[in-house]
Ligand binder design. Sequence first.
Ligand code: AMP
Length: 291
Amino acid sequence: MASNEEELKPYLITDPQEMSARIDELRRQGKKIGLVPTMGALHLGHLSLAIAAKNECDVTVVSDFVNPTQFAPGEDYDKYPRTLNADISLLSKIGTDFVFAPSPDAMYPRGFDATVHVGGVSKLLEGRFRPTHFDGVCLVVLKLFNITRADIAYFGQKDYQQVQVVKKMVEDLNVPIQIDMRPIIRERDGLAMSSRNQYLSDEERKESLVLNRALEKAEELVRGGERESSVICDAMRQIIETAKDATIDYIHIGDPKSLVEMERVSGDVVVLLAVRIGTTRLIDNRLIERK
Ligand code: AMP
């Protein structure tokens, strides 16, 4: 039982073997393990996942690792915010048990050669703009699953396509883990929380609101009976183009699982978009479910 604040601090582990050994011991005691994979620079979106894990599992592990293999040359790997001490302090407030923060060398030692490629759903959308991204995500996520041997892994809907890719990997490779997707946490004004929001200037921060506004418009149109995806996408484009620094990478209406484009809306759909505001690339989405 924790008697002072020090004991409530999550235990920081940097060595993958030590992480596995700790978990083996806990699994032998029959504990249910929850994993939250993150790249750190934690905000309430990440914390909502860590809280869900805390509520549902006996032991929670939050990984805090800026994974080099999911960044392409020229992307923001070097400037990505790294705030491990602040992250640990936030996680101590919600009772996370372990923070796993390995070095890149510990995860990818000299001679590391493996790749993981899921195909299918990973080739659309983000896969077209960032062709090596999901291979890197799957590689690190599969390693984290194996190191922590978690029962449940928690992911945010914020990265909707990522969740579908990870689910497909788990299904195709018979990985014994449950994937749990949690809702997007937004700022009061609607911007989806993201570690990358801090790259935005004040002006760009205001302009970034067009993403959520466009998604709201899409939902309003679908619920109002509009079925033509092109009409919905045009309405969204008009809203986004009111921001002078916005460049649209994609607006996409697709099947919620395969993400295959739907020309006409029928049943449940997911609307996904990627927009660059200045040099900052933002993604957001909305799942529109119809009972
Ligand atoms: P990241 O650190 O950006 O790799 O994100 C780690 C996890 O947190 C991923 O599963 C994300 O989808 C999730 N996440 C990031 N932002 C949010 C948010 N605003 N709401 C909910 N989950 C989020």
